[in-house]
Design a protein around this ligand. Structure first.
Ligand code: SF4
Length: 386
């Protein structure tokens, strides 16, 4: 007897979920079909590299967001060998916009470790790839759920997973009164006991699909859920009360002043973030956080002196906008500046570059910078036409 109930009840639940999946599951997901586009049978194995890329992208990101990035990635780095040989800048450029950039660096490192393991074997053959959960978990950026999802998808091996969707479903089924983070051990046990060991690939996908389309966070569609009659939270009347929400944190808020400096050729100055910074290796426009008591114009002048060793004069404001991350909110104010004295040096960056606005898209920038790039292009077109 488990927290889900006895064997017979669990069997019934698995059957209900798999039947639902056979009609409503997202069986078209491109990395979960065979190379000829057909649906894999129980003994079929799938190419591992496309699944690995997708599963890393899906950490913290929804399927509909991941799809175009995955397609573009597979065009740019079609094999694990291509990825292992790629340079950081090219990888960041393709990952650009997907956020959580450390994932791109970790999958790059993982590809290099995998190439060593795969050696001269046929990398397209799933049989050449590791099938052991512990081997996968040892790779950079691969947690238990990602590893389990790769193994169950590629090899149809019985590994349970516990991503955000699965946690929510299981928590509601058992009516957990704990916050996720305090109940992880139990949820892993529930996930493992629920797993259908004959059809782990379909079962895991069914759980993920149910969480994404039916047992959603805000408005679960219990009226068409295959697990409704087994669900404690539904039985209690309001499933949205489960999982228990932690107290919502107030995100820290900062104002960031950006100074755009142009040279006589119409090129704008950009700098590259250091390896000890978040989003390392990406490019950005110089600037920084407004300190207490500073005017925003003073912040620009101070930041550009500290970052580049130059004196600038603030000329005019180009734009301002808000940008939210999961852990903080930023308000950017972007100024056009005139270089008064000094030669820019990379005092707080890896390197600096003068780049024509039309070539900015050749450099990977964090998402917040895309609005600035569009505004810079519009500004330079306007200035040229005056
Ligand atoms: S009945 Fe509702 S709350 Fe329970 S698993 Fe189904 S969708 Fe989720």
């Amino acid at each position: 007897m488990t927290v889900l109930g006895g064997i017979a009840k669990i069997e019934e639940m698995r059957g209900a979920l798999l039947r639902w999946y056979s009609f409503h599951g997202r069986k078209w997901i491109p990395w979960k079909v065979k190379p000829d586009g057909s649906i894999p049978k129980q003994l079929d194995k799938l190419p591992v590299y496309p699944i690995l890329v997708a599963e890393v992208m899906l950490q913290q990101t929804q399927l509909k967001v991941v799809l175009p990035y995955w397609k573009n990635w597979m065009k740019n780095f079609p094999t694990v060998l291509d990825l292992s040989n790629a340079i950081d800048q090219d990888i960041l450029l393709v990952w650009q916009g997907l956020g959580y950039y450390s994932r791109a660096k970790r999958i790059h490192k993982t590809s290099q470790e995998l190439v060593k393991i795969l050696g001269d074997s046929d990398h397209a053959d799933p049989e050449s790839w590791p099938q052991d959960l512990d081997i996968w978990i040892a790779f950079p950026g691969i947690g238990r759920t990602t590893a389990a999802s790769i193994i169950s998808s590629a090899f149809n091996l019985p590994e349970a997973l516990l991503d955000g969707n699965v946690k929510r479903i299981l928590t509601r089924l058992i009516g957990s009164q704990e916050n996720f983070s305090k109940d992880l051990k139990r949820l892993w046990t529930v996930s493992d006991s629920f797993l259908d060991r004959d059809f782990p690939r379909d079962f895991n996908q069914a759980l993920m699909d149910l969480g994404a389309t039916i047992c959603t966070f805000k408005k679960p569609k219990c009226f068409c859920c295959p697990l409704q009659k087994y669900c404690f939270a539904y039985d209690q009347g309001d499933p949205t009360k489960v999982p228990i929400k932690g107290s919502s944190k107030v995100l820290p808020h900062s104002v960031i002043a950006i100074g755009l400096v142009f040279n006589a050729f119409g090129e704008v100055l950009i700098d590259q973030r250091k390896s000890d910074q978040t989003m390392s290796g990406m490019w950005e426009f110089p600037g920084g956080k407004q300190e207490k008591g500073e005017s925003i114009e003073f912040t620009v002048v101070r930041e550009l002196f500290e970052e580049l060793g130059v004196k600038v004069k603030v000329q005019k404001k180009l734009l301002e906008f808000d940008h939210s991350y999961s852990h903080k909110k930023l308000h950017f104010i972007v100024y056009i500046c005139q270089l008064i004295s000094g030669i820019p040096k990379p005092l707080e960056s890896v390197q600096i570059k003068w780049v024509h606005p039309s070539e900015l898209n050749n450099y990977p920038f964090p998402a917040a910078n895309q609005k600035m790039i569009t505004a810079i292009k519009d500004y330079t077109v306007l200035e040229t036409n005056i």
